[in-house]
Design a protein around this ligand. Structure first.
Ligand code: FMN
Length: 214
C-alpha cells in the first residue's frame, strides 16, 4: 500500500490489518539465542545505519530468536535484560508483527505469544516498505509499570528505554548482515487498536528488520 493511501485511510480511521499469511500458532517457543560470536562491537558500530529497502525473504526462527534476545532478552540471573530501564521497571514490551500474526515477546520464557491472528505489518507505519519486510517490531510502554516515576517523566523514561532496545537491534542487524530502521512516523491509534492495547499502554516506536535489498 502506498504512503498516500495509508495516510488517507489513517485519517478516516480505516487502516486495517491484512489476513494472516500462513499458519500462525498461539505460542511459539523460540530456540535458544546464539549468545556467542557475532561481529566485534567496534565493527558493528562502524556498520550501523538505517536502511529502507528489504527483501521479502522471511527471517529464520534462530535469527528471530537471537534478534529478540539482543533487543531486550534476559541476559542474567535475576531477570536482568540486555537494555536498561529506569529503576529496572522493564516497562517496554516488544511486539512482533510477522506475516502469520502479531505476537508479544515474552522475554522470561523466550517465547512469542500471539495477540492477533492477522498480518499487522502494514499497520505499523506509513512507509510502504513496512508492508512486505519480514518483520516489524513495535515498542510499547506500559505506564502501569512506571507508577514509582513521577507522571511527567514517564514518557521520556520509556522513550529512552525503547531507544536502547532499538540500538540493540541496530547492532545485532549490523552484525548479522540484516537491514533495519527505527520509525516514529506511525499511526499510534491504529497500532494500539490492532494490538488490543489497554489505556495504560502507549505505542512509542516501530522498527523494521529484514534482509537488505542491495
Ligand atoms: C526517534 C527516531 C525516529 C525516526 N523515525 C523514522 C521514521 O519514521 N522513518 C524513517 O524512515 N526513519 C526514521 N528514523 C531514522 C532516521 O531517519 C535515521 O536514523 C537518520 O536519517 C540517520 O541515519 P542513520 O540511522 O543511517 O545514521 C528515526 C530515527 C529516530 C532516532
Amino acid at each position: 500500500m502506498s504512503t498516500l493511501t495509508k495516510l488517507a485511510l489513517g485519517v478516516m480511521g480505516q487502516l486495517r490489518p491484512r489476513p494472516a499469511r500462513g499458519e500462525g500458532r498461539p505460542a511459539i517457543k523460540l530456540p535458544a539465542p546464539d549468545r556467542r560470536g557475532g561481529m566485534p562491537l567496534m565493527q558493528a558500530l562502524a556498520k550501523r545505519r538505517s536502511a529502507r529497502e528489504f527483501l521479502r525473504k522471511p527471517l529464520p526462527l534462530p535469527v528471530l530468536s537471537s534478534l529478540l534476545w539482543a533487543a531486550f532478552g534476559v541476559n542474567r540471573r535475576g531477570g536482568g535484560r540486555t537494555a536498561p530501564s529506569a529503576l529496572d521497571a522493564q516497562e517496554i514490551d516488544v511486539y512482533v508483527a510477522l506475516p502469520d500474526g502479531a505476537y508479544l515477546y515474552d522475554a522470561r520464557a523466550h517465547m512469542l505469544r500471539r495477540v492477533a491472528a492477522s498480518d499487522l505489518r502494514s499497520i505499523t507505519g506509513y512507509q510502504d516498505f513496512v508492508d512486505d519486510a519480514p518483520l516489524d517490531l513495535v515498542y510499547v510502554a506500559d505506564h502501569a509499570r512506571l507508577r514509582m516515576v513521577p507522571a511527567a517523566q514517564r514518557e521520556s523514561y520509556a522513550s529512552a528505554a525503547a531507544g536502547a532496545i532499538a540500538q540493540n537491534v541496530y547492532l545485532y542487524a549490523a552484525s548479522a548482515g540484516l537491514a533495519t530502521v527505527i520509525r516514529a512516523w506511525i499511526d499510534r491509534t491504529a497500532i494500539a487498536d490492532a494490538l488490543g492495547l489497554s489505556h495504560d499502554q502507549q505505542v512509542l516506536l516501530s522498527q523494521t528488520v529484514g534482509y537488505p535489498k542491495a
